[in-house]
Design a protein around this ligand. Structure first.
Ligand code: XIL
Length: 451
């Protein structure tokens, strides 16, 4: 469609006093989210619920980002402050707002040694194991169908050269606590991708080798794991490793998605920008690197604000790092160069032959089929304009029956329509729904109609 959009027909050129000079990048995406979408990826940020009323903050959030991660609001201390009493208000605010805006949500984090409520810190053994499983089950069930990817377990390995598990109250309940958490999460929300997330695993080292061995073992034994998150908190002491891309690739080769989950890079100017560009380049070079999340919007929003590690300055202005990321994603900052010296004007309208005229949607499928049954995940991607609802039509072979649908409403004729929270999709953004059936799965590409 991008190519179609710049096919300005001769009829669209009219006599006028000025020309809008179309540089080669005039049709490039102008936001992080739209540029990443053109590469089949999301571009996300950590979000703090209490900042959403800040118009500068929420303005950048909605303009630039296609995924959000609650920075603290889904952690154990926030969601289960006393045992068996769940508190979702702050996280719900972030999740529902994001879904209404067509942004994905990364859930963070179900089981972690840190930011536990004090009651959990004081538990051990079987009581803690039971409490952990209940926590995973309750929270994943509450958000069932709304989460793109869950950090099921966070930071479970030790730093340094041992390759050992990190000592924690959870680890002391038994080495199998990680797989138990993953199985509980899968049972509670079968549609979410389940990730293991950690830091200092960004290059190949003893810690990432240990995580790699765990993922390999999980895949071999059928423990449900779909993705590995690489936090990517970089600074002078912990710089971007030279083998970052190779490390992402070796994990992807195990059959999991890889995601950059908490990116921030301390520094400033061109050095910082170059590191950010290198991270984006690495992700784009790894097919299964399907999204990048920065850990905050403005430098002043960062958990390490002193290191000015983010893409926007404290006033919300894009930094050199922002431009580097956007450029690396194939986008360009909007720069309409207007010259008064030329006597013809190119209308910015599109060719009448463009069927979508900058709007519309497309649907792609991924099919998991077995003898007698199938699960289809459908990704709905908005075109160059925001859409407010969508319908996807699929053709099933005769004899096939749809038995279950999530994140959409099915009609008997093979049409699926958005539900309340996922009809709105930002320009270039996407949302997913799925269905299960008996018989043979569909072939061919579904059609998508936008409202
Ligand atoms: C940080 C938050 O950004 C802070 O606001 C909070 O005080 C501490 O946690 N690894 C993680 C994140 O997985 O949850 C952490 O977030 C940063 C390190």
């Amino acid at each position: 469609m991008r190519r179609t959009l710049i096919l300005l027909s001769a009829g669209a050129v009219t006599a006028a006093a000025a020309v809008v000079a179309l540089s080669p990048s005039a049709n490039a995406a102008t936001t992080l989210g739209a540029a990443a979408a053109e590469k089949g990826r999301y571009f996300g940020t950590a979000v703090a619920a209490y900042k959403l009323s800040d118009a500068v903050y929420s303005g950048i959030l909605d303009r630039e980002f296609t995924s959000v991660t609650p920075e603290n609001e889904m952690k154990w201390d926030a969601t289960e402050p006393s045992q068996g009493t769940f508190s979702y208000a702050a996280a719900d605010t972030i999740v529902n707002r994001a879904l209404a805006n067509g942004q994905k949500v990364r859930g963070h984090a179900l089981a972690w040694h840190s930011q536990q409520p004090s009651w959990a810190q004081n538990l051990s053994g079987a009581a803690l194991r039971t409490a952990m499983v209940n926590h995973v089950t309750q929270v994943a069930t509450h958000y069932r169908g709304k989460i793109d990817s869950w950090d099921v377990v966070n930071e479970a390995f030790a730093d340094g050269s041992t390759g050992a598990r990190r000592d924690s109250n959870l680890q002391r309940t038994g080495n199998d606590w990680i797989e138990v958490a993953f199985r509980a999460a899968r049972a509670a929300d079968p549609g979410a991708k389940l990730c293991y997330n950690d830091y200092n695993t960004d290059g190949q080292n003893a810690k990432s080798n240990a995580v790699y061995a765990m993922v390999q073992d999980f895949k071999a034994r059928g423990v449900p794991i779909d993705c590995v998150g690489f936090q990517s908190h970089f600074n002078a002491q912990s710089p971007l490793p030279a083998d970052y891309q190779a490390n992402l690739q070796r994990f992807a080769n195990l059959g999991v998605d890889v995601q950059i989950t908490e990116l921030d890079i301390e520094g400033s100017g061109s050095a910082q920008a170059a590191s950010y560009a290198a991270v984006v380049r690495a992700c784009l070079a790894v097919t299964r690197c399907n999204g990048i999340t920065v850990w905050g919007i403005r430098d002043s929003d960062s958990w390490r604000a002193g290191g000015t590690p983010l893409l926007f300055d404290g006033n919300g202005n894009p930094k050199a790092a922002y431009t580097a990321v956007l450029t690396e994603l194939g986008g360009a900052t909007p720069s309409p160069s207007v010259s008064a010296s030329v006597s013809a004007s190119v209308s910015p309208s599109v060719s009448p032959s463009d069927p979508q005229a900058g709007s519309g949607c497309a649907a792609t499928t991924s099919v998991n089929a077995w003898t007698g049954g199938f699960v289809v995940t459908v990704k709905v991607t908005a075109g160059a304009a925001r859409i407010n609802g969508w319908t996807v039509a699929v053709t099933l072979p005769s004899g096939s029956t749809i038995t279950n649908t999530w994140n959409a409403t099915a009609s008997g004729s093979g049409a699926f329509t958005n539900v309340g929270y996922n009809g709105g999709v930002a320009a270039g953004g996407s949302t997913e729904f799925g269905f299960q059936g008996t018989g043979t799965a569909l072939t061919g590409t579904p059609t998508c109609t936008a409202r």
